[in-house]
Write a new protein. Structure first.
Length: 117
């Protein structure tokens, strides 16, 4: 049985990164080759990393789509990005405040006003 602290610690980005770091390069390449989208939720404690460092890692891994979820006054909004032509970084494809609607990597519409706050 996990205590709440143990359960939340196992889901932290640091734990995730350690697991990835322990994989072989070939294993990571196979995994990221199948990934079409990464969604990063910006946390006040790691905002700089969430906005800068992590997207650079995702781009370097060749993940073609990236969404960054932020909030203002407890209202979520989403930046959507696509990998640029040379694969060096992401280009903004949209800033979604009330409704997220995209066709790629798959068609979806999300009513952001209905998400929990």
């Amino acid at each position: 049985m996990h205590t709440p602290d143990q359960a939340s610690a196992s889901r932290t980005p640091t734990t995730w990164a350690r697991r990835w770091a322990n994989r072989s390069t070939a294993s990571m390449a196979r995994m990221t080759a199948r990934m079409r989208l990464v969604i990063e939720v910006v946390s006040p404690d790691s905002a700089a990393s969430d906005r800068d460092l992590r997207p650079r890692h995702y781009a370097a891994a060749g993940i073609p789509h990236f969404w960054r979820v932020e909030s203002t006054d407890f209202r979520p909004f989403v930046y959507s990005f696509e990998l640029d032509a040379d694969g060096a970084g992401y280009q903004v494809t949209g800033v979604h405040h009330t409704r997220l609607t995209v066709d790629s990597p798959f068609p979806i519409t999300i009513d952001l006003d209905r998400l929990p706050r």
